[in-house]
Design a protein around this ligand. Structure first.
Ligand SMILES: [Zn+2]
Ligand SMILES: [Zn+2]
Length: 355
């Protein structure tokens, strides 16, 4: 590791909305970590919340802090134990945010996204780009649990969207989408557009996408049936499109007060509703329908284990992430990239930074 440079450029958050390009020391990998050269990092919808202080004290716990958790790059050095697991310089990888402690009940049952030792760095827990330094930088250190090898056929830009794809896939799997099912997706942002593709990838027969504007129109590219809530009541529209029965599974990627209720209303008796997003306000769900129609309601927190499943689906073209990338900027132009992403300038969906 002696040949590595010692300093790197990174976007460092030093307070609420204070984010600047700085030269900082390159982090060094612990025994179970890999040090990676970041080639592409996508701005996630969560990042503006972190930058603007919505989760201050939790994400991040303290300043200075480097955000960024949707990235791909190349391993440049492996810690001692990681090397024994076969990690080596030159491995092409996609990163994900969670690293569980590995020992608690949640981790040992595969649900490391809900590790009981969340936030306990002394016990090995990490959440990169949330409270552990992330990838808005030339280099990043990750646990070997939080990187996934990508084949040469997946570009670094595409690799940066493995994490997002894995959450969409986890949502579809939480909903137990079966071959031939009719699925409704609320919210045609990047997550919703990926959920459309993941639903088809696991065998859905029809996918209805609910939203508005050019983001909704984009859904046609992925063969979704479009429901524009500005044209008409989306609940009526979905019920009509399903002969009054409702869809088998609904995945709500918007999770507003309105869409969470509508998601239950458009789902059939005995159907399943998945919420992929944290509502910003309390929401009153139609509990009589949920109880009397024996509906299954699932929450989604990031992903678990679905990066490895997403990679082959991206590689074989079943899931097209490339078409979601609308803008690319060098890391130095972060302020402009951030503006384009948050204000959705020129139809911005996924915005990629190149450190
Ligand atoms: Zn993300
Ligand atoms: Zn754990």
């Amino acid at each position: 590791m002696s040949a590595l440079p010692v300093e790197m450029k990174a976007m460092v958050l030093t307070g609420v909305k204070e984010i600047n390009l700085q030269t900082v020391p390159i982090p060094r990998p612990g025994p179970e970590d890999v040090l990676c050269r970041v080639k592409a990092v996508a701005i996630c919808g969560t990042d503006p919340h972190i930058i603007e202080g919505a989760h201050q004290g939790r994400w991040p716990k303290a300043y200075p802090f480097i955000p960024g958790h949707e990235w791909a790059g190349e391993v440049v050095a492996a810690g001692e134990k990681a090397a024994r697991f076969g990690w080596k310089a030159g491995d092409r990888v996609a990163g994900t945010s969670h690293a569980g402690c590995g020992f608690c009940r949640m981790c040992t049952t595969g649900r490391y996204n809900m590790c009981e030792n969340y936030g306990r760095e002394d016990l090995g827990h990490r959440q990169y780009g949330h409270y552990t330094n992330g990838a808005y930088a030339e280099y990043v250190v990750h646990s070997m649990k939080s990187v996934h090898k990508i084949p040469d056929s997946i570009s670094f830009n595409e690799g940066a969207l493995v994490d997002t794809t894995s959450i969409a896939l986890h949502s579809i799997k939480r909903g137990h989408v079966q071959p031939g099912d009719t699925v409704a997706i609320f919210g045609p942002g990047p997550m919703g557009l990926l959920a459309v593709q993941c639903a088809y990838a696991v065998g859905a027969g029809r996918v209805l996408l609910v939203g508005a504007g050019e983001r909704l129109a984009k859904g046609a590219q992925y063969h979704a049936e479009l429901v524009d809530y500005k044209d008409r009541d989306p609940v009526q529209a979905v019920l009509e499109a399903t002969g009054g029965r409702g869809v088998d599974v609904t995945v709500d990627c918007a999770c507003t007060v309105e869409t969470m209720v509508q998601s239950v209303q458009v789902t059939r008796k005995g159907g399943t509703v998945v919420f992929t997003g944290v509502p910003l306000q309390p929401v009153q769900l139609p509990m009589q329908k949920i109880v009397l129609e024996e509906m299954d309601i699932f929450g989604v927190r990031a992903n678990r284990g679905t990066c490895e499943e997403s990679i082959p689906l991206i590689a074989n073209g079943k899931i097209d992430v490339k078409s979601l990338i609308t803008h690319e900027f060098p890391l130095e132009e972060f302020p402009r990239a951030y503006e384009v992403f948050t204000k959705r300038i020129d139809g911005a969906l996924k915005v990629i930074l190149h450190p």
